[in-house]
Ligand binder design. Sequence first.
Ligand SMILES: [Zn+2]
Length: 218
Amino acid sequence: MKDLRSEIIDCALAMSREGLCVNKSGNVSMRAQVNGIEGFWITPTGVSYEALKPADIVFVHLTDEARFESENGRLPSSESLMHAEVYRQKQDARAIVHTHSTYATALACCDMPIPAFHYMVAAAGGTQIPCAPYALFGTKALAESAIKTLGNLKACLLSHHGVLAIGNDAQSALALAREVESLAKTYSVVRALGCGTVLNESQMAEVLERFKTYGQQK
Ligand SMILES: [Zn+2]
């Protein structure tokens, strides 16, 4: 089985390659158990994704996010508090990807959720992709805002900040973050065209039902 730390690095490199994260913005984590301790592996702060080695990835304890370790003595991402809170509150979350991808962040800067203008909005598990109210980066307040907004969903926007996406593994969390960015880009064009129609509740219920049966096949 591939080391979870290598999976995180592969995911971070893909994020960077695809332009979802400029400079060192964004982060990736995966839930894990190390020596019987519940926690998660997360990308460190201040290291470019291209330079990452497994020894740089930081293990953060879930019972107390102030406790962490990495072979290279790195510090966890500044958003590790938000990751910790998601893992504590959402048992189904196995991996988290956070980006500042351009179009999704632009909508978040307008405090605009992504409505059901396209059926793929259901990829996040609901009839819209909401935007969590603003709170300072790296704070408990941001973690709480994100959790409250997510509810049972797998993705949300973070006001004046970026995107949070959850998955069963790093690749599925990345796929969702990529989908959110793609939807945000299309929605920005739809808005520019001046058309505002959205799918209704029953149409979206149909899509959500189909996604359940077919494992989110497009
Ligand atoms: Zn961020």
